[in-house]
Design a protein around this ligand. Structure first.
Ligand code: PEP
Ligand code: MN
Length: 269
């Protein structure tokens, strides 16, 4: 594997979103929010919950990659506006997905971190564009991507001078269909060995099932991931996308408690 920039090195990359919010600094950083931004009220209730629970990063899709072109595609610019307002109101950092190289500037100017989704992991024009743009990037693993393909995708971004990249494991396609994807936690330990980049885990897309999100979140912490991304919704039954895997508010509170407990247990290692 010819990793020139993101390979293992003594100096681990710390990805900095500002105001003390970092990935790879030894803390377990949680990102939470809805799959799709649906309304101001929805985002306001989520922002309020996150700030009360000490979760510092808000996610939400404005431009959605949907399997069917007939399903909700996101609120687009209106969604970005809502997320920006809520981020400011509650002092939260924000992350959203960009799918088109032509949108990098528009989206990049309204959030703190750009997400490259699983379906676009090898969209090389997009990788190059976010590399040039320079803001922190979350690069999700392609659903059929090998470790080498994933790290090479990160190289495309880093080659443009931007190594502020957080890798995100979100499950891979296997024969198993009880879960939406198979969450590959092995890759966390492998990435720690091969790369200087921080890695977080998305057990929401990784399992597709609400009941598995908390157990796999805890496992991610124990395997030494740098953080987590989870989907939440005030009323998952009414969500316009991914309701089945979205935590309820009470479950997010439980998750935060469990993570704090694990922080204490793992600190001495
Ligand atoms: C998402 O995080 O909103 C998303 C669409 O995830 P993925 O690209 O991993 O499917
Ligand atoms: Mn989703």
């Amino acid at each position: 594997m010819d990793l020139k920039i993101v390979g293992a090195s003594d100096k681990k990359e710390i990805v900095d979103l500002g105001d003390g919010v970092k990935f790879g600094d030894g803390n377990f950083t949680v990102i939470a929010g809805p799959c799709s931004i649906e309304s101001y009220e929805q985002m306001d209730s989520i922002g309020k919950l996150l700030s009360a629970e000490g979760v510092k990063v808000l996610r939400g899709g404005a431009f959605k990659p949907r399997t069917s072109p007939y399903k909700f595609q996101g609120l687009r610019e209106d969604g970005l506006k809502i997320m920006k307002e809520i981020g400011i109101k509650y002092g939260l950092k924000t992350v959203t997905e960009v799918m088109d190289p032509r949108d990098v500037e528009l989206i990049g100017n309204s959030v703190d971190m750009l997400q490259i989704g699983s379906r676009n992991m090898q969209n090389f024009a997009l990788l190059t564009e976010v590399g040039k743009f320079g803001k922190p990037v979350m690069l999700k693993r392609g659903m059929t991507a090998t470790i080498e393909e994933w790290l090479m995708a990160a190289e495309y971004i880093a080659k443009e001078g931007n190594s502020q990249i957080v890798l995100c494991e979100r499950g891979i396609r296997t024969f198993e269909n009880y879960t939406r994807n198979t969450l590959d936690l092995t890759i966390v330990a492998i990435i720690k060995k091969l790369s200087k980049l921080p890695i977080i885990v998305d057990p929401s897309h990784g399992t597709g099932r609400r009941d598995l999100v908390i157990p796999m979140s805890k496992a991610s912490h124990v395997v030494n991931a740098d953080g987590l991304m989870v989907e939440i919704h005030p009323k998952p039954e009414e969500a316009l996308s991914d309701g089945d895997q979205s935590l309820r508010f009470g479950e997010l509170q439980t998750l935060v408690k469990e993570i704090k407990y694990l922080d204490k247990c793992l600190r001495g290692r």
